[in-house]
Design a protein around this ligand. Structure first.
Ligand code: FPP
Length: 246
């Protein structure tokens, strides 16, 4: 079996050049199935991977790591699985917020999280407020997030501004659009990773991915770790990004 080189997690400034990495964390269910375990066991192991990778992202000098935890389409799953995922998210925020805060991490949630259970909304907003003044990396969790929904909201928001006479329609440009997205104050997306062998974006950060590099790995999310992130960043470092130029 091929062995992966151990990443150097201790060197100062990152040489991979990536500021913002987003991950579609896929494969929890298959990970559990391979072990004859219930799907919730895969999601639990997925939370452990979130912890590992969030720490690795800090060690590797990323400014922002965005994790797709619950899409606006995930409501189609059985109610019991939705409840399990919400329970894991709640527990994760409650148990990990102190460590994030101590490490200077800013916790952000992107997506229409306001539609979640009011007590979870309060927990999320408390965690975001508590860490908002930190100066370290941003860990952004995408919750009830859908990129098409984000673009519809952006269009409505800008239409309202035009209607209110705040701006003229012809003044709407890239900056106005970006300012009306959930990710308005996040750095530009450099790298999008999807685990578990699927090769699609599944309604995740469609606008932001315009010039992001895409990286697909067969590794199932619960098996993803610092080495896997380092391998993705190594691949990113070798990409020739031209942004439409030569
Ligand atoms: C996809 O795997 C994964 C999800 C829909 C949920 C991701 C959630 C977590 C990793 C846990 C909670 C997250 C945080 C931030 C605490 P799948 O269930 O679609 O897997 P499958 O395609 O193999 O069935």
């Amino acid at each position: 079996m091929a062995t992966q080189a151990k990443p150097d997690l201790t060197s100062g400034a990152p040489d991979h050049g990536a500021r913002h990495v987003a991950i579609i964390m896929d494969g929890n269910g298959r990970w559990a199935k391979k072990r004859f375990l219930p799907r919730i066991a895969g999601h639990r192991a997925g939370v452990e991977a979130v912890r590992r990778v969030a720490r690795a992202a800090q060690d590797m000098g990323l400014e922002c790591l965005t994790l797709y935890a619950f899409s606006s389409e995930n409501w189609k799953r059985p109610a019991s699985e939705v409840a399990d995922l919400m329970g894991l998210l709640r527990h994760f925020i409650q148990s990990d917020i102190d460590e994030f805060h101590a490490n200077g991490v800013r916790l952000r949630v992107v997506g229409h999280y306001q539609a979640l259970d009011p007590s979870l909304v309060a927990l999320i907003e408390g965690a975001m407020e508590r860490t908002a003044g930190n100066r370290g990396p941003i860990i952004a969790i995408a919750l009830n997030y859908g990129a098409q929904d984000e673009l519809v909201r952006m269009a409505r928001m800008l239409a309202c501004r035009v209607q209110a006479g705040e701006i003229k329609a012809e003044e709407i440009g890239l900056a106005e659009v970006e300012g009306a997205l959930y990710t308005a104050d996040l750095p530009p997306l450099d790298l999008m990773i999807r685990t578990s062998g699927e090769q699609r974006l599944s309604n995740f950060m469609l606008w932001q991915a315009a010039y992001a590099e895409l990286y697909f790995t067969d590794t199932l999310w619960p098996d993803f770790d610092a080495c896997a992130l380092a391998a993705a960043l190594d691949a990113f470092r070798l990409r020739d990004r031209r942004f439409g130029g030569l």
